[in-house]
Design a binder for this molecule. Structure first.
Ligand code: ADP
Length: 509
């Protein structure tokens, strides 16, 4: 086996990271650096594509240096990335024509509303599986072509290329030789037909985007090219790519239909492997591509919760109820329940499955005896209730009774949160020892394509088995099983539903 390690490049929204994994899925070295966020107007968010690349190159070199390895020690590179973020550059000069427009950027919201009024919502969903929204890349590319001087003419001449962040990194790392994306990232552009597996001509026409701008769509686990030798001291195969949430699903080894993961970060991201046929949602979820391997597509159902860990930041920064996020566990453990109060943190509206941008937060059910611990507990429970609403939508769409939920993200460290999830969802919640699942997914995809791991069974065997030579990836995974009865569960869910109604009615009254 050439190369002892797999390099994962994790291109996040606020920082880039490089992690070097070994054959047992153990983290051997890591380096991370933040990069600049630009907010040119209210609701606009941009990144500098050069900075994204330079910071990534910096952390890759740093991680290699920490471990004292050279390019020949690295078997392959896998990339995972903030999804939907849009970069357009000149294929000859390699110069971006504008900053990267970040997934969070709302500058094209009005354009989306206009398209909705024209009746495009259903058509777009039928083709892409997505909800017509400014998050996805299509309207961001359209904006660049409409607003950057000379961009449209250049694009029509075939001089401009589009890419999400992994495409840009691969282009740069190969010295401008390879213009590719992978199925999972393609499925987030709102231009990719997830049924026909091709860029959709009707949508390209709608958004006035020349087909020549679009990258070639490749498998998530495949050697795209070698890095140009000058960057990392020698050529290394770039052998895998996936959007961050899909990568986490793969990193959690959710390989069978019906397996689900939730990432409790600032927001909450739930993805369910829904198998080889795309499953349209009638319960407020989006249908997307989990990954494509050997030309075989695995689809996913996805639902996002807008405020998850952010509710804990609110307790800390605005209410000053806690000094740090970890305090929540101790405070919540001082009481056995929330004393009848519920918090719906609809600070920016409600995401899946409600999609109500007008809802606002409510703290409800307050009585004289409610104290700080009860409120903190209600905040933790709000993360679990919201995730449960998405899980219920997944069950309703798929008809699959979910048995296990695998969790990761910063807030998954909280035992009360994870136990509450098991209780409310009547499901076993599994927390792996290593919650770096996003980077692990990219490493696994890359490792599989170069034979570092033979196949998914080999991967599971190497990284999950308990052993004494550092087989750590899931060594001490913890299982949380439901501890309440059905009657109590139903009562709590009913109260939560009432609280959600209040959050929604608030702006209507
Ligand atoms: P992101 O990748 O979105 O930045 P992370 O996965 O790093 O998020 O998770 C950070 C979030 O998790 C923060 O919103 C923080 O409030 C929350 N968090 C971190 N630790 C805990 C904890 N022990 N209990 C509850 N919430 C936590």
């Amino acid at each position: 086996m050439a190369g002892k390690y797999i390099m994962a490049l994790d291109a996040g929204t606020t920082s880039n990271r490089c992690i070097l994994f070994d054959h047992a899925g153990k983290i051997c070295a890591t380096a991370q650096r933040e990069f600049s966020q630009f907010y040119p107007k209210a609701g606009w968010v941009e990144h500098d594509p050069y900075e994204i690349f330079n910071v990534m190159l910096g952390v890759a070199r740093e991680a290699m240096m920490k471990l004292g390895v050279t390019a020949s020690d690295i078997a392959a590179i896998g990339i995972t990335n903030q999804r939907e973020t849009t970069i357009v550059w000149d294929r000859t000069t390699n110069q971006p024509v504008y900053n990267a427009i970040v997934w969070q950027c709302r500058r094209t919201s009005e354009y989306c509303s206009m398209l909705e009024k024209e009746g495009w919502e259903e058509r777009i969903r039928e083709k892409t599986g997505l909800k017509l929204d400014a998050y996805f890349s299509a309207t961001k590319i359209h904006w660049i072509l409409e607003h950057v001087e000379g961009a449209r003419e250049k694009a029509e001449r075939g001089d401009l290329l589009f890419g999400t962040v992994e495409t840009w990194l691969i282009w740069k790392l190969t010295g401008g030789k390879v213009h590719v994306t992978d199925y999972s990232n393609a499925s987030r552009t709102m231009l990719y037909n997830i049924y026909q597996l091709d860029w959709d001509q009707e949508l390209l026409d709608l958004f006035k985007i020349p087909r020549s701008m679009m990258p070639e769509v490749r498998n998530c686990s495949e050697v795209y090219a070698q890095t140009a030798p000058e960057y990392l001291g020698g050529p290394i195969p770039i052998a895998g790519a996936a959007g961050d949430q899909q990568s986490a699903l793969f990193g959690q080894q959710c390989f069978v239909p019906g397996s689900v993961k939730n990432t409790y970060g600032t927001g909450g991201f739930l993805l369910m492997n829904s198998g080889e046929t795309p499953m349209p949602s009638s319960h407020g979820l989006v249908t997307t591509i989990a990954w494509g391997i050997d030309g075989k597509i695995t689809y996913a159902l996805e639902g996002s919760v807008m405020i998850a860990g952010a509710v804990i930041q609110w307790l800390r920064d605005e209410l000053h109820l806690i000094d740090s996020a970890v305090d929540t566990e101790y405070l919540a453990s001082k009481v056995k329940d929330t004393n009848g109060c519920y918090l719906v943190p609809a600070f920016v509206g409600l995401g899946a499955p409600y999609w109500n941008p007008y809802a606002r937060g409510v703290f409800i059910g307050l009585s004289r005896g409610v104290n700080k611990s009860h409120m903190v507990r209600a905040a933790l429970e709000s993360m679990a209730f919201q995730a449960n609403d998405v899980l219920a939508a997944m069950t309703a769409d798929s008809g699959i009774a979910l048995k296990e939920l695998r969790v990761d993200g910063g807030a998954s460290a909280n035992n009360i949160l994870v136990q509450t999830q098991a209780d409310l969802s009547d499901i076993t919640v599994i927390r792996p020892a290593c919650v770096e699942t996003t980077a692990m997914g990219a490493a696994y995809l890359a490792g599989l394509s170069v034979g570092y791991w033979k196949d998914s069974a080999d991967l599971v065997a190497c990284t999950r088995m308990n052993g004494d030579e550092g087989r750590e990836a899931s060594k001490a995974e913890e299982h949380f099983v439901p501890s309440i009865g059905d009657e109590e569960r139903q009562i709590r869910l009913k109260h939560w539903q009432k609280a959600v109604k209040c959050a929604q009615y608030w702006t209507e009254i």
